[in-house]
Design a protein around this ligand. Structure first.
Ligand code: SF4
Length: 925
């Protein structure tokens, strides 16, 4: 057993973890008590990391290549895969120029991976066509910071969470998206109830439920709100005129603009009470320390940069910046979106926060890399990049650690682009993402727990990521694959010159060092040191940081040579990163969302996150217990809207926009306002018969940041008439060799043939898969039913036999088949293993609840009518406590403390604390 210190690979909180391993497998995970981001805490996602790494099913283990365009990919050796990628890229570059190829990378790569890909694109190939899924996440925040403060990166730090007296959450469901930081805020508020929380969100999220003031604004009206708040602040004399005069530029123009944003008018635009707006402004302006925390609700917008700027205006006008507990704090979505920007891994920037349009910056990079020049042509950001692929301008794309066939908006357009490309290279640790289906070449990459490098979290803190176990199969570190291809391209494009990629020692050495209990370095450390060199003298100077220092403790940048620790807060002296040291106000007008609702598309669609899932679920979707908090995909609608349309919970709805449609089950909840619907962004083609909610989302982008408006679209919602239903459930009960992920892989190809289908997993010791299907009629009408059902039975291992019972009523189109465990577990033959109910699914919930349990009574009784069982979510995923148990205790008078003491819920990771509070507020005693 060994312990390896590393960092969680999910969100931008960047929690330190201790990985337990036996050298071959990751066996457990704990929070690192010494890491300053989390002090030992982890959320449900982090706590399940070991489980996500337990199986190799669906891992990409060997290189694969499509030998002809329509042929399936075949396993090949590394040299063939690498030679093919290098030759095809070099051919296209020589024939069509460097901008005919593109790289689409990821905020989940380590900084060193990012560095090599950026150097490959901009240094070797000579194109700035390298963008990243961070474009979908943080680019509006980055543009806002640069325009207002002069430099990318937040001025704040995590210690400010405890020091703030007013906390303004804007477009952030922090309780779900950044849970460990939210625990720190909860503790600070519990210690000092005078701390005020203002939540600005069109949804009543679990974060909003805990607020002192929730401003449930109309979607996209944030700029109007911030301008209205500033109007009131000025009226009340709450502006810091000294700070404005000494440290800012542009206030007069802004003052003129916000004169028109009267609280009355703004309250009408936003759909909130005028007195609530005034109160929010006063709490913010009069606070000794006001901190704003914001995320995708501001960034993923066609006016995302303006939303950021108008919020930063509030901070500058009140001097709420550069001091403890105050400042505009953008919460990074991905684990290393910031590290990617540090190395310049985007289409619109160069390394170490340098600009493509700045000739001196380009010359510095050329000199440091030893190349003749760096292109002055801006690269194409994500949406434009895929449009250019579709138009044939970009002929080859190399996608790394990202799943654009699920995560980009307007998925039909993305699929057309991937089909149109001459060459699609996908480099990933997982072989079952929606994007892998389009790959001509699949390059298997190592995953979390198997790779080494660094990441930078939301507070600019750089942490080490270390390998705990060997990379499986023939997978290699991402940077290593990039180096191998780069050296081959160099042989074609600059044959007589020294390599630009002299990094030695790859996966083999990393493995040996991991086995020896030492951090893997060499090549990856060389890359870090080169990156370090490029930062020296820049705002993010990390000249004084080394791997050795980072092994001792994670550090914030800047950390110049000679420093003993990083800088917690920026701009504490009031000097901003502008040429004159002064921050800039920006007079930004409110503009509505890109797509207005109308009679054809009358609903505002909002998108967001679930508590226990991460992005496209390629990792969290491997852990059945993480489905139990939100067990099915859904579309949330206000009760009044549902009633007006005679809809009830569970009805299947067709959600359609101008771009596409998908079907989702209805969830009725007043957490959304009337006229608004909500869907989670995680579900994709591995779990649905569609690509997920991005089928309908808009690819309208912010004009300044190029970030798409993933948070809002105008949609139509109508009942899907799909009366024929099927529910199948199958567990691994008694099957010691069974692998629930293999079962998922076997069933998933059947989804696409149905009008609606979803797969979810559930369970802990006894995981199971649940398939739900709906169609216009029994499959005979639309496809060969026998073939489809037989394929389903085969996938579920539900073939006729002594332990399988079948009931069939051909006249009524019913087929029911039920399996017991006798064929896999002779010692316990009467445990219900699974079933398929086709044509009549009544009582399926009760049967699902029986799976894994011994069947009492005659087996034939399994076909007896059963009552529908109410849904009972797992609220506390650490202790496995369901909603019914919690509500029963509350009904008997328990409060949150008593629930924690008696049931243990809320006492491990704390992710369920907001919900425990909400249940206490809403349960009738
Ligand atoms: Fe990982 Fe959760 Fe920490 Fe985010 S908050 S880094 S998901 S443990």
């Amino acid at each position: 057993m060994s312990i390896t210190r590393s960092t969680c690979c999910y969100c931008g909180v960047g929690c330190g973890v201790l990985i337990e391993s036996d050298g071959l497998r990751i066996t457990g995970i704990q929070g690192d008590p010494e890491h300053p981001a989390n002090f030992g805490r982890l959320c449900t996602k982090g706590l399940s990391l070991a489980k996500s790494a337990a199986s190799l099913t669906n891992r990409a283990l060997y290189p694969e290549l499509r030998l002809t365009r329509d042929a399936p990919r075949e396993r090949v050796d590394w040299s063939m895969a690498l030679d093919t990628v290098a030759e095809r890229f070099a051919d296209i570059i020589e024939q069509h120029g460097p901008d005919a190829v593109a790289f689409y990378v990821s905020g989940q790569l380590l900084t060193e991976d990012y560095y090599v890909f950026n150097k490959l694109a901009k240094g070797l190939v000579g194109t700035n066509n390298i963008d990243t899924n961070s474009r979908l996440c943080m680019s509006s925040a980055v543009t806002g910071y640069k325009m207002a403060l002069g430099a990318d990166g937040p001025p704040t730090c995590y210690d400010d969470l405890e020091l703030a007296q007013t906390v303004l959450f804007a477009g952030s469901n922090m309780a779900y998206a950044h849970p460990v930081l939210f625990r720190r805020l909860e503790a600070a508020k519990a210690a000092n109830p005078a701390v005020k929380w203002i939540v600005i969100d069109p949804r009543r999220t679990d974060t909003a439920v805990m607020a002192d003031l929730h401003l449930q604004i109309q979607p996209g009206t944030d700029v109007a709100l911030f301008n209205g708040m500033l109007h009131h602040l000025l009226w009340e004399g709450l502006a810091d005129t000294q700070f404005i005069a000494a440290h800012t530029v542009g206030f007069a123009e802004l003052k003129t603009l916000v004169r028109d944003y009267t609280p009355k008018m703004v309250a009408e635009i936003c759909g909130i009470l005028e007195e609530d707006l005034r109160l929010a402004a006063e709490w913010f302006g009069a606070s000794p320390a006001a901190l704003s925390l914001y995320c995708m609700g501001l960034n993923q917008s066609s006016h995302g940069t303006d939303k950021n700027l108008s919020l930063i205006n509030l901070h500058l006008a009140t001097g709420q910046i550069g001091k403890p507990g105050a400042g505009p704090f953008s919460l990074t979505g991905q684990p290393n979106a910031m590290g990617g920007r540090e190395v310049g891994g985007m289409a619109t920037m160069l390394a170490a926060h340098r600009e493509i349009g700045n000739a001196a910056h380009r010359a510095e990079i050329s000199a440091l890399w030893g190349v003749d020049s760096v292109s002055d042509r801006p690269g194409l950001p994500a949406i434009a990049m895929f449009d250019a692929i579709k138009a044939g301008k970009i002929k080859a794309v190399w996608i790394v650690c990202s799943n654009p066939a699920h995560s980009l908006p307007d998925l039909a357009n993305v699929r057309l682009a991937l089909e149109a490309a001459e060459l699609v290279v996908v480099q990933d640790a997982f072989a079952n993402t929606d994007t892998v289906a389009f790959a001509d070449v699949l390059l298997p990459a190592s995953s979390w727990g198997e790779k080494s490098g660094t990441v930078t979290n939301s507070e600019r803190r750089i942490s080490r990521v270390n390998a705990a176990v060997a990379t499986p199969g023939e997978a290699k570190a991402d940077w290593e694959i990039a180096v191998e291809v780069a050296r081959r391209i160099e042989a074609r494009l600059r044959p007589d010159k020294a390599t630009l990629f002299p990094y030695a020692g790859g996966s083999e050495l990393a493995r040996e060092m991991a086995f020896a209990g030492k951090p893997a370095s060499t090549g990856v450390e060389m890359i870090f040191n080169e990156h370090r060199l490029l930062t020296m003298g820049r705002d993010l100077d990390i000249g004084g940081l080394t791997y050795a220092k980072l092994e001792q403790s994670p550090q914030q940048w800047p950390f110049p040579a000679g420093a003993t620790q990083g800088q917690a807060r920026r701009y504490t002296d009031g000097v901003f990163a502008m040429i004159d040291g002064k921050a800039r106000f920006h007079a930004v007008q409110y503009l509505p969302v890109a797509e207005a609702t109308n009679s054809r598309f009358p609903f505002h669609l909002l998108t967001g996150r679930l508590r226990d899932q991460w992005h496209g679920m390629s990792r969290t979707g491997r852990v059945p217990q993480l489905f139990e908090h939100s067990a099915e995909p859904s579309l949330t609608m206000h009760p009044l809207d549902a009633e007006r349309r005679s809809l009830k919970a569970g009805d299947l709805l067709k959600v359609a926009s101008k771009r596409g449609n998908l079907i989702l089950p209805l969830e009725v909840s007043d957490s959304v306002a009337s006229g608004t619907v909500f869907a989670a962004m995680h579900w994709n083609g591995q779990f649905l018969n569609s690509g997920g909610i991005n089928e309908v989302c808009s690819s309208a982008v912010d004009g300044k940041s190029a970030q798409p408006e993933l948070k809002h679209a105008a949609v139509r919602v109508e009942k899907a008439e799909l009366p024929w239903r099927l529910v199948a459930a199958m567990s691994m009960a008694g099957d010691a060799e069974g692998d629930i992920l293999a079962l998922h892989a076997a069933v998933q190809p059947l989804l696409q043939e149905c009008a609606y289908a979803s797969i979810t997993l559930q369970g802990r010791e006894n995981p199971m898969l649940v398939l739900r299907v709906a169609d216009v009629a029994a499959p005979t009408d639309s496809r060969n039913s026998t073939a489809w059902l037989e394929r389903l039975f085969a996938a579920l291992n539900l073939q006729p036999g002594a332990d399988v019972l079948q009931y069939q009523d051909a006249k009524r189109g019913l087929i029911k088949r039920v399996a017991w465990s006798g064929d896999v577990d002779v010692m316990n033959p009467n445990v219900l293993r699974g079933f398929v109910l086709a044509g009549d699914i009544a009582g399926n919930e009760a049967l699902i609840a029986q799976i894994g349990l011994p069947w009492t009574g005659p087996r034939m009784s399994v076909f007896a009518p059963r009552l529908a069982a109410p849904k009972d979510r797992v609220i506390c995923n650490c202790i496995n406590i369901r909603e019914s148990t919690i509500r029963a205790e509350i009904a008997m008078g328990a409060n949150v403390s008593q629930l924690k003491a008696k049931l243990g819920c809320g006492s491990v990771c704390g992710s369920c604390m907001p919900e425990l509070n909400r249940l206490c507020q809403t349960t009738v005693v």
